[in-house]
Ligand binder design. Structure first.
Ligand code: OFO
Length: 172
């Protein structure tokens, strides 16, 4: 496997692992603050990010590279409020999108068209994740800190089709 591409893929593995931990921390915070819908969303989102990591690990190893399982730092324990959580989520996803775009760029520079093809799945995934985070933030801005509104937001999220699907495994 091309070394620059392998390096960029391993960098992305680290980003997906960090995303999974980050959303797990948000899930735990939400659970401790009576926000069950948000907790459910974040737990599933954390699983989804782990699935993104596993998919990359398998791809690197199957293509003759060496996937590196990364150490990840401890994420935050406390968050100010729901709006902060979703603002941080959107910021984080924008950074991940930049990193995916960089990966696409490296594939094109190195003329690795099969990895480029593989990475397109992540390009579409990022578009969806950013759109979803923006939609939640728009709703939270409308609610503007109103407690009743937040209760409804969380309850809607609990029953929502917007919940991430539980990924079935690295080959799904
Ligand atoms: Fe892996 O999609 Fe978000 O970060």
């Amino acid at each position: 496997m091309n070394k620059r591409v392998e390096l960029a893929l391993n960098d992305q593995i680290e980003k997906e692992a960090s995303s999974s931990q980050y959303y797990l921390a948000m899930a735990s915070w939400a659970e401790n603050n009576g926000l069950n819908g948000t907790a459910k969303f974040m737990y599933l989102h954390s699983d989804e990010e782990r699935f993104h990591m596993l998919k990359l690990i398998k791809f690197v190893n199957e293509r003759g590279g060496t996937a590196i399982v990364p150490a990840v730092g401890q994420p935050a324990i406390n968050f100010e409020n729901l709006e902060t959580v979703f603002t941080l989520l959107l910021k984080h996803e924008i950074k991940v999108t930049e990193s995916i775009n960089n990966l696409v760029d490296v594939c094109l520079q190195e003329k690795d068209f099969s990895t480029h093809n593989f990475v397109q799945w992540y390009v579409s995934e990022q578009l969806e994740e950013e759109a979803l985070a923006r939609m939640f933030l728009d709703k939270l801005r409308l609610i503007d800190g109103d407690k009743g509104g937040m209760y409804m937001f969380d309850r809607d999220l609990e029953n929502s089709a917007m919940q991430p699907t539980n990924p079935s495994g690295p080959t799904a």
